[in-house]
Design a protein around this ligand. Structure first.
Ligand code: CA
Ligand code: CA
Ligand code: CA
Ligand code: CA
Length: 391
């Protein structure tokens, strides 16, 4: 791959020459270049991607293109080689309709990505995936800067004289997970503690989950923490922040920060210490029985009262959805009366009460779930955790 690198490099330079000839022409559109820190759907997002010490992490360099598209590109990514390293095979560039290459060893702290596509690339386009190895100490971070120092080119596919695209750059950030402080989810409410999930929740039921921190040393002075969930499984209903003035803290929470995340933000001028319940978030299970949603903690700020940032140990949470109780009559037993009611409900207007598995239809599957629950009820009653229909 390294032998082919100069060929594309020359191609890109040739296109660059065209741009230089047309210097003075107005930019034909504005592109964004930034980082996808969280994988999954390709996008540019703020962040912080975090890996444990000694681990590796992959981020993507992504561009959002104007309608004219992208014809040629060359950009350098600057990182801190004392904190993260990247090996020869650890960067993959994407050419789309053209060709692209990545040289992760362009300089000791520079990754160069080049490409050209005569037919253009459009929309949200992934320029490269980069996998970094954490070689620094816990809590250390490296910014990822899209630099213009080494050479920068971003043009539309106009031939023979490509035109520069205006570019808005967003930097990325990689951190090595620290050991100072902890953030996690309390799946079982008071007393506040970080405990592993998942917690099981019946279709339609509501739960409160705590966002907990064991503060860093010397204290926690400011935080901004998002918890990402799967909106096809969980519906946020609200949240309770840390009570006003607890430990001198001011805090707010937002259960509707975006369609996939809830947020807790706060500050304490004097710093707070100990195990703190930063917020409780209330969710309803809306996903079908058998589905699960992660509760993925994303730290934007976690600092002491002198504004020193820490990277805490993070324990994500999880909620899994189970079938609702077949006691649709609410009399505390599961019997043939409940089964008959579900059978009748198949032919009536949809009522979620009878949709035990939450797949938005009342059918044979709900009936089979009810029959199974009736068998279990006859053997064991409701056990220690009676389902609570109708709440
Ligand atoms: Ca993403
Ligand atoms: Ca607890
Ligand atoms: Ca019943
Ligand atoms: Ca159903």
């Amino acid at each position: 791959m390294s032998q082919r690198f100069p060929v594309v490099f020359l191609l890109v330079l040739a296109l660059a020459a065209g741009v230089l000839l047309s210097s003075g022409a107005a930019a034909v559109g504005t592109a964004e270049i930034g980082f996808d820190h969280d994988g999954a759907a390709l996008d540019i997002n703020d962040g912080l991607a975090v890996t444990p010490a000694g681990g590796s992490i992959t981020v993507s360099v992504v561009t959002e293109l104007p309608p004219d598209g992208l014809g040629a590109w060359m950009l350098d990514i600057f990182y801190d080689p004392a904190v993260f390293s990247i090996g020869p095979g650890d960067c993959t560039a994407y050419g789309g309709t053209g060709l692209a290459l990545c040289n992760p060893a362009f300089a000791p702290n520079v990754i160069r990505v080049v490409g050209a596509a005569a037919a253009g690339n459009f929309g949200t386009f992934n320029l490269a995936d980069m996998t970094f190895q954490a070689i620094g100490a816990p809590g250390e971070c490296s910014s990822l800067n899209v630099g213009s120092g080494g050479g920068f080119l971003f043009t539309d596919p106009t031939s023979p004289t490509p035109v520069d695209l205006g570019v808005v750059l967003s930097n990325g950030r990689l951190c090595i997970q620290g050991t100072n402080g902890e953030v996690g989810i309390d799946h079982d409410l008071a007393p506040p503690d970080i405990n592993p999930g998942p917690v099981n929740l019946a279709v339609g039921d509501v739960i409160k989950l705590g966002l907990i921190t064991d503060t860093p040393s010397p204290n926690l002075g400011a935080w901004n923490i998002d918890v990402h969930y799967d909106p096809s499984v969980l519906l946020p209903l609200g949240c309770d922040p840390l009570p006003l003035g607890a430990g001198g803290a001011l805090s707010v929470c937002n259960a509707f920060f975006s369609v996939v995340e809830v947020r807790s933000v706060g500050s304490a001028g004097a710093g707070i210490t100990g195990v703190i319940n930063l917020a409780n978030f209330e969710f309803q299970a809306v996903g079908p029985a058998g589905s699960c949603s992660p509760l993925e903690i994303d730290i934007e700020t976690f600092a002491d009262n002198a504004s020193t940032e820490y990277n805490p140990l993070i324990t994500d949470g999880e909620v899994c959805v189970t079938a609702a109780s077949a006691d649709v009559t609410g009399d505390g037993t599961i019997s043939g009366v409940d089964i008959s009611a579900i059978v009748k409900a198949r032919f009536a207007t949809y009522d979620p009460m009878f949709d035990l598995n939450g797949d938005e239809v009342v059918d044979k599957e709900d009936m089979l779930i009810a029959i199974q629950q009736m068998k279990e009820f006859r053997q064991n009653g409701f056990g220690t955790e009676p389902p609570t229909p109708g709440d």
